[in-house]
Design a protein around this ligand. Structure first.
Ligand SMILES: Nc1ncnc2c1ncn2[C@@H]1O[C@H](COP(=O)(O)OP(=O)(O)OP(=O)(O)O)[C@@H](O)[C@H]1O
Ligand SMILES: [Mg+2]
Length: 342
């Protein structure tokens, strides 16, 4: 009785706290928030910490803060690395989502990478509970992505999920709601940005910031050669003089700069297919590889994967929101099948 009253008064939430972005879905309202996974905090001489702001505002001041203000990115390579900061981030974001509404503590489905230890799971669960949730269901990321892509995950059919996030790439094969093969590597969109910055440093003696590197990727990045576009002016600081300088880049040069990390993503998918039992592999060939995460939006990454594997590649409508939508589906179904909720 109490549980059902709580169910009416509270809003069920789904949360995907990624390396670069945190997304919150509210039952009946959809994905209501996408903010950078960042916390800006002030630390006084006695070591007392005070959160100044979180999300996009905190990211904006990254690299521009006085020495007593620190911007923390609590998720690293897809895994929560600083639990107190993750908790502060979630607490503030949940307040933003609630607005003036008075909620009873919500139930929350939270995406987690596959293969976390019990200790890591417990720490994450406690961080989410401490940020105000009443009941926390952890959903493994590949399962969440499959649900979000509306695949029939409970059937005895193989599905391959490739999630290219900001800090990590996951290749997983699922069947009957469980993970049959899984590989996660610390390589995502941020590493493509770093490869671009590295290239500019090596070839043009130009130092650029992380934001500029991402802008270049969004403007000209392509997984295959031949992308036709106007040049892009990369702005940074000359290594020799230390003065501001600009350099005009073309798409093919950016393609070359990111070709190594792109090749590593393609290789991880090929290796995933090699580890897939034959019957499940033929299911994957029917359905296609499901490509999610913000990295799925890199131009022609789907075509590069399809060329390399000979299989169709499907990108859902909102690839970076697929995981949180899937976690929301799980919580909306009410019951949480044991194999999925961990
Ligand atoms: N159009 C685009 N082209 C290339 N990359 C893009 C595009 N749009 C977004 N990205 C990249 O997607 C990445 C973010 O993806 P996503 O939001 O799925 O990551 P995340 O969930 O925060 O990270 P992770 O899953 O690794 O913890 C960023 O590196 C961003 O630059
Ligand atoms: Mg992610």
């Amino acid at each position: 009785m109490l549980q059902s009253m709580l169910g009416v008064l509270s809003a069920d939430l789904a949360v995907d706290m990624g390396t670069t972005a945190t997304r919150i879905y509210v039952r009946g309202r959809g994905i209501v928030l996408r903010q950078a996974s960042a916390v800006a905090m002030h630390e006084d001489a006695a070591g007392r910490k005070k959160v100044l702001c979180v999300g996009d505002r905190a990211l904006e001041i990254l690299g521009r803060t006085p020495s007593d203000v620190r911007v923390v990115l609590p998720v690293r390579d897809g895994v929560v690395a600083e639990f107190d900061m993750a908790e502060a981030l979630l607490r503030q974001l949940m307040l933003q989502v609630q607005g003036r509404r008075l909620w009873v503590a919500p139930r929350a489905a939270v995406c987690v990478p596959h293969g976390l230890s019990d200790v890591e799971r417990r720490a994450l669960r406690e961080a989410v509970e401490a940020s105000g949730a009443r009941e926390v269901v952890l959903v493994e990321l590949p399962v969440a992505c499959a649900l979000g892509a509306e695949l029939p995950v409970n059937e005895a059919r193989g599905n391959m999920i490739v999630d290219v996030g900001g800090g990590s790439t996951t290749v997983a094969v699922l069947s009957m709601g469980g993970v049959v093969h899984h590989h996660r590597m610390k390589l995502g969109g941020v590493h493509l940005d770093q490869a671009i910055a590295h290239h500019l440093r090596q070839e043009h003696d130009l130092l650029i910031g992380a934001r500029m590197a991402e802008e270049i990727k969004l403007a000209l990045g392509c997984a295959l050669p031949g992308f036709q576009a106007d040049g892009f002016e990369a702005r940074g600081r000359a290594i020799d003089t230390g003065w501001p300088r600009a350099c005009l880049l073309q798409a093919d040069e950016v393609h070359r700069a990111i070709s190594e990390p792109v090749r590593m993503i393609v290789d991880a998918v090929l290796s995933g297919l090699e580890h897939t039992p034959p019957d499940l592999a033929s299911d994957v060939a029917d359905t296609g590889i499901i490509l999610t995460g913000g990295g799925a939006l890199l131009r022609d990454l789907d075509r590069a994967l399809s060329d390399a594997t000979g299989l169709p590649v499907v990108v859902p409508d909102d690839p970076s929101g697929t995981a949180v939508l899937g976690a929301a589906r799980l919580i909306e179904q009410g019951a949480s099948p044991a194999a999925m909720a961990v």
